[in-house]
Design a protein around this ligand. Structure first.
Ligand code: ATP
Ligand code: MG
Length: 567
């Protein structure tokens, strides 16, 4: 039998790397890095970058570094450092001994800045931030040279040292590269390399009051670590000439190559850490790990497995142009994964009492149920059955419309793993006229849910035995945003928020096995959806379950070419 392995075309980054290996560049080595700024939690977009960078390193027997890009102390924090490490480990990647912080290289950056000054390639400039901005020019007009541009090397060395010693206030001096104020690329118009920030750093404390910019620190960090392929998102394409300029003009130990790919955008959500942190700060969500957020910690609490996230990242592939991936596709990948691994259970979300008149009052049975029909190796369990059960309110209609095949007066249905039951009457609340109980009879010759005479029924319902059931809390999530377009969400956050993104069902009725459910465990509640035991709110006495994803949705229909119900 042929090996069952998905064969896909190589993406453009793999092709670049393979060409480099063929030409024995970097002695055939592949070293990548994932460089998060510790100013927020990681999200699914970062996961794409992690899967790509760590994945390429695995694929080409190389290594991938984890480097915290901690060059701006104003927004960074150790809380984020720890959360980022935890998320990457959870995704299943290991940086081994290759954990770095850009802040470790501050001395080296400083020395390299001095080198540039000595070569006449950098200068200290005292234009105010406003003046700096105004002198940069536009896409159609060249920039204006700074009056400080032609200072002597000695003067620059002196003023740079003064910057370092804290003799200037923020905004009074910056170090700029001396490149070309008329360049068609704005990033090459004497970009800032160092600026003054009077904020203590979470690792270097108050050792420094000047900090390197991303454009200076990033290529140099890559070069120090011997990164061969520095993979980043498309916004940095215009920064590549500057990346290369830094590498060419500083005596660096290696020559990394920057490669850009399209960032992941997902519909119905946002990836901006600024907006995510706003949602957390405003209390619109319950922390960075809220199950409605696209953060890795949120997805984990929601019930995503690392495998589902990796499968998603691999399936969307790597491209050179930006696009928006449908959230439904991420959910589809989750469903595919959970279908294979999730233990089945029966839970009734909106209980309606069903009484089996011909089933003895005191009798109870344990009925065998499959733990996962997709995977017989997961075995079976025994579910208690008795005269009084709960079924879903929605599974009964007194006056059924056409095409309603579930329970209604006179009709017979199957109770999953149990018996056939036929509805023989209802009891209503005399005041509200609401149905309080459905009365049925059962056929003892249909044990297990199969009729000996081959009689067919059109519906199978899930159920729980009333006297054996346990109450569980369900947290049902809808999309956090009512708008699909991430740009529109970012433009007007308040009006994009879905006020009904969380519905709590405090007392769904569950089969008793679920009392033993452990935080983080994933289940399929038959006919309802996939659920994960919440790690934050579950207690010994009350299990709280987050809805991971419903069983089927439009994406599945779209994939099969059926009409979709959503606009
Ligand atoms: P910031 O706005 O704070 O710069 P960022 O999303 O760029 O946010 P970083 O911590 O700098 O955050 O990102 C770390 C790495 O993850 C970078 O290499 C970046 O290119 C990559 N990355 C971030 N967002 C995405 C995304 N949506 N898709 C793919 N890669 C991403
Ligand atoms: Mg960034």
């Amino acid at each position: 039998m042929p090996e069952e392995k998905e064969i896909r075309a190589k993406n453009f980054i793999e092709r670049i790397i393979e060409e480099d290996i063929r030409l024995n560049r970097n002695e055939g080595k592949v070293v990548t890095r994932f460089p998060p700024e510790p100013n927020g939690y990681l999200h699914i977009g970062h996961a794409k970058s992690i899967v790509l960078n760590f994945g390429l390193a695995q694929q080409y027997n190389g290594r991938c570094h984890l480097r915290f890009d901690d060059t701006n102390p104003t927004k960074e924090d150790v809380e984020y450092v720890e959360a980022i490490k935890e998320d990457i480990r959870w995704l299943g990647y290991d940086w081994g001994e290759h954990l770095y912080y850009a802040s470790q290289y501050f001395d080296q950056f400083y020395n390299w800045a001095v080198e540039l000054i000595k070569k006449g390639k950098a200068y200290v400039c005292h234009l105010s931030p406003e003046e700096l901005k105004n002198s940069r020019g536009t896409l159609t007009e060249p920039g204006k040279e700074s009056p400080y541009r032609n200072r002597s090397v000695e003067e620059n060395l002196l003023y740079f040292e003064k910057m370092r010693r804290g003799e200037f206030k923020e905004g009074e001096a910056v170090l700029r590269a001396k490149i070309d104020m008329a360049s068609s690329n704005l990033n090459m118009r004497d970009p800032v390399l160092f600026r003054i920030i009077n904020v203590p750093h979470h690792r270097t404390g108050s050792d420094w009051c000047i900090y390197p910019t991303y454009d200076f620190a990033h290529p140099l960090s890559d070069a120090i670590e011997g990164i061969t392929h520095s993979i980043c998102t498309l916004e940095f394409e215009d920064h590549r000439p500057l990346y290369d300029w830094v590498i060419e003009n500083v005596t660096v130990p290696s020559r990394p190559k920057q490669i850009e790919f399209a960032r992941l955008n997902l519909s119905h959500t946002v990836m901006s850490k600024r907006i995510l942190s706003q949602l957390v700060q405003m209390g619109i969500v319950d922390g960075w790990d809220d199950p409605r957020l696209p953060t890795i910690s949120g997805l984990r609490r929601r019930g995503y497995s690392p495998e589902a996230i990796k499968a998603f990242c691999e399936k969307i592939g790597v491209a050179k142009s930006n696009s928006v991936v449908d959230m439904g596709f991420l959910e589809h990948c989750l469903r595919e994964d959970l279908n294979k691994r999730a233990q089945r259970a029966m839970v009734v979300t909106q209980p309606l009492r069903l009484v089996i008149l011909n089933y003895p009052e005191e009798k109870e049975e344990l009925l065998e149920a499959q733990n996962n029909p997709e995977d017989p190796s997961m075995g079976t369990r025994f579910v208690p059955f008795s005269r009084e059960l709960f079924i879903e309110e929605k599974d009964f209609m007194e006056v059924p419309p056409k095409k309603f095949y579930r329970l209604s007066p006179g009709r017979e249905v199957r109770l999953r793993y149990a018996y056939y039951v036929r509805c023989v009457g209802v009891i209503k609340d005399p005041k509200t006229n609401r149905i309080r109980e459905v009365h049925c009879t059962y056929d003892p010759n249909t044990k297990g849910g199969w009729s000996e005479d081959g009689r067919k029924v059109k519906a199978t319902l899930h159920w729980v035995s009333a006297r054996h059931s346990v109450d569980v809390e369900l947290r049902i999530y809808d999309r956090l945003f009512v708008k699909a377009d991430p740009k529109e969400i970012a433009e007007d956050l308040p009006s994009a928020i879905n006020p009904n993104s969380l519905t709590i069902i405090p007392n769904a009725k569950a089969e008793p096995m679920l009392m033993g459910a452990v935080p983080g465990e994933r289940y399929q509640f038959e006919r309802v959806g996939y659920f994960c035991v919440d790690t934050k709110y579950s207690t010994h006495d009350l299990k709280v379950f987050n809805l991971s994803v419903r069983l089927k949705d439009d994406w599945e229909k779209i994939a099969k070419g059926l009409p979709s119900s959503q606009s």
